[in-house]
Ligand binder design. Structure first.
Ligand code: GMT
Length: 402
């Protein structure tokens, strides 16, 4: 009995010492800038762009940023001070159907958090990153590792809501210390679909107007003088309504000399090529494939098309606006939060080809209107979607977790 009491006292003393050490480490951490781990998809896509640009902006402000991903995110084009990259690579074993990459990512998150004393893991796209981060956080206990999850789009509107993933997406999202969404539309969608009870803060995507600038006289061009350029860029998934773009272009081209420039790749590309041939416009449709220098391409467009059936924000539309290119888009999801109908572009129901054709022709046959709308777009991009404000807001989210 006496021995049991002595053992208990010893354990209480040890745990008090651990608590003390933990509190001291916490005080030390509070005095230095927050260290942030960022996980995202590394291939082409809006969520990876936002994650990368945010990481770079944070690093320029003196924060240490550690990207943890399956490969180097494509927008991290050059070496930057304060930015580190850690590759998570799953090990394969013949028993597996496929290597469990989510577990390898969670393991890498723990390793980086321990070695570099991370305070926050900020994951972009709920699945599977919020789940890997939840695991990492639990493994790190009692050391505090906060998780911030940014919802980007189809993680909520399409794939995360699939019965095969619903409960895990819901649980992982709700277990995050903070949740942000890139538009009010997406916040409301997350609340209604997942019954999210935790507050979701809307932090819009942002653009750097010094990078996405208007067209300058230069060596690059996509069409002969007098030929108008309609552009679209995406990952060519069904939600992007690619056939509607081809149909719109076929009608526009019947009326004015024009070219359609399609940037990106994905499952809908082959069908788009076939439809362009069927409609007899294939010679005037340029498929450029994946390009990572959108800032060079967008200024070459006269208008940008985005007729998506579902779109939480439409980052590329914002980049086009910053380059003074008016946007003809759908009124789906969060697009009206970015593009104002009749002011910086025109919005129609997603499948309304006649509407897109009319608005495209309005802009392409009235250079003054096109330029006015383009200039307004750049002003809106600068004033409402500045990196300065959005990065500050993310920093406040991190600081609130200390
Ligand atoms: O392409 C991605 O990386 C993800 C993708 C998606 O389908 O979820 O993009 C979403 O995130 C972007 C960045 O926040 C938004 O600009 C896109 O609107 C959004 N895509 C959709 O909602 C379809």
């Amino acid at each position: 009995m006496k021995r049991a009491v002595a053992g208990k006292k010893k354990a209480t003393k040890a745990s008090a010492a651990a608590d003390k050490a933990h509190a001291a480490a916490k005080r030390r951490a509070k005095r230095r800038p927050i260290r942030i781990g960022i996980s995202c998809y590394a291939h082409f896509g809006g969520s990876g762009v936002v994650a990368s640009e945010l990481g770079l902006e944070l690093a320029r402000r003196g924060y240490e940023v550690h990207f943890i991903a399956s490969r180097l995110p494509f927008r991290l084009r050059s070496f930057e001070s304060n930015v580190y990259f850690h590759e998570s690579s799953p090990a394969f074993y013949p028993v597996f159907d496929e290597a469990p990459s989510n577990l390898a990512l969670a393991t890498k998150m723990v390793e980086v958090a321990e070695n570099h004393h991370l305070d926050v893991l900020h994951v972009h796209y709920a699945m599977p990153f919020a789940t890997s981060a939840y695991l990492a956080k639990q493994i790190m206990l009692p050391r505090q590792l906060s998780v911030v999850t940014t919802l980007h789009g189809t993680d909520i509107t399409v794939i995360g809501a699939e019965p095969a993933y619903f409960r895990v997406t819901q649980f992982s999202m709700q277990s995050s210390d903070r949740i942000t969404a890139v538009s009010t539309y997406l916040k409301e969608k997350a609340e209604s679909t997942f019954g999210a009870t935790q507050p979701i803060e809307v932090i819009y995507n942002f653009v750097d107007p010094a990078v996405f600038t208007p067209r300058r006289r230069g060596r690059l061009s996509l069409a002969a003088p007098g030929t108008k350029v309609l552009m679209h860029a995406s990952n060519f998934r069904a939600v992007k309504n690619i056939p509607v773009i081809i149909q719109t272009f076929a009608e526009v081209r019947r009326r004015i000399p024009s070219k359609l420039v399609l940037v990106g790749d994905g499952p809908e590309k082959a069908g788009a090529e076939q439809l362009a041939r069927e409609l007899g416009v294939h010679r005037d449709v340029l498929f450029l494939g994946n390009q990572d220098c959108m800032e060079e391409l967008l200024p070459l467009a006269d208008i940008f098309l985005l007729p998506s059936s579902s779109e939480s924000f439409g980052l590329v539309a914002l980049e086009a606006m910053s380059a003074e290119v008016p946007v003809v888009a759908s009124n789906a999801g969060g697009i009206p939060e970015v593009v104002e109908h009749g002011f910086t572009g025109f919005l129609h129901d997603p499948g309304n080809v006649a509407g897109y054709v009319e608005s495209s022709l309005k802009l392409l046959t009235n250079e003054q209107l096109r330029r006015t709308m383009g200039r307004r777009g750049r002003r809106v991009a600068r004033e409402r979607f500045s990196a300065e404000e959005m990065v500050q807001r993310y920093v406040r989210v991190y600081e609130s977790l200390r």
